[in-house]
Design a protein around this ligand. Structure first.
Ligand SMILES: Nc1ncnc2c1ncn2[C@@H]1O[C@H](COP(=O)(O)OP(=O)(O)OP(=O)(O)O)[C@@H](O)[C@H]1O
Ligand SMILES: Nc1nc2c(ncn2[C@@H]2O[C@H](COP(=O)(O)O)[C@@H](O)[C@H]2O)c(=O)[nH]1
Length: 203
């Protein structure tokens, strides 16, 4: 039996660069992981593909998924639902894959209650004006949505202390290196290694 994979939760305010850093982690082959595709009721942005970027859903289907216990976590964020389907995450972890969730803070705290042995990483911008620059330059959101995301960002940054690690995303490559070091260290945490020994001793 492969040992269970590591659950990695990457949070941080909208626009800080979570998706950018995830892509750089993939391209640099820093470590192997599977990405958990979230479900959302928000409309697709240009270029976003259903089943790859998100599972795009309507409100009734999302609420039915919550009702049926199909979500690991969910949250309402700036007028829409976002959540992590439970089964794919469980399956990938059971198969021994590390799984990366890219989610906002309220959802991350629900995951923390259920899977405290995960690695919880908060990605921060160098400062708030740079965060706003990034959201504006991305060009995906109207001004009122940008304002709402910036208001959320200020609340979210105060939640950083509930995470295991904080990484500043100033240079993408540096953020990638730091996350790689964190994951390498998580893989040799005593409570993970000892589980393998327990399995051997049980045999
Ligand atoms: N280190 C960086 N320096 C400068 N620009 C960056 C950096 N990281 C990301 N960006 C840019 O910031 C914008 C937002 O990045 P990205 O979409 O990855 O953020 P996000 O945290 O995933 O956002 P959301 O949570 O809204 O999906 C993009 O235009 C991206 O190119
Ligand atoms: N709690 C969850 N938050 C999620 C999930 N998937 C994405 N997100 C976060 O929502 C905001 C907005 O995302 P955007 O794509 O509209 O810019 C951002 O912070 C995402 O990380 C999820 O499954 N659960």
């Amino acid at each position: 039996m492969p040992s269970k994979g590591l659950l990695i939760v990457l949070s941080g305010p909208s626009g800080v660069g979570k998706g950018t850093v995830r892509q750089a982690l993939v391209e640099s082959h820093a470590f192997d992981f599977k990405y958990s595709v979230s479900m959302t009721t928000r409309n697709p942005r240009e270029g976003e593909v259903d089943g790859i970027d998100y599972y795009f859903s309507d409100k009734a289907s999302f609420e039915a998924a919550i009702e049926n216990g199909e979500m690991l976590e969910y949250a309402q964020y700036v007028d829409n639902y976002y959540g992590t389907p439970l089964k794919p995450v469980n399956d990938m972890l059971e198969q021994g894959h590390d799984v990366l969730l890219e989610i906002e803070v309220k959802g991350a705290m629900q995951v923390r209650d259920k899977i405290p042995e995960g690695a919880f990483i908060f990605l921060t911008p160098p400062d708030l004006s740079e965060l706003k620059n990034r959201i504006v330059k991305r060009g995906t959101d109207d001004l009122d949505v940008i304002q709402k995301r910036m208001t959320k960002a200020k609340e979210e940054i105060l939640m950083m202390e509930s995470y295991d690690y904080a990484v500043v995303n100033d240079e993408v490559d540096l953020a990638v290196q730091k996350i790689k070091s964190i994951i390498d260290a998580e893989h040799v945490r005593v409570d993970r290694v000892i589980d393998d020994y327990r399995q051997m001793l049980d045999k």
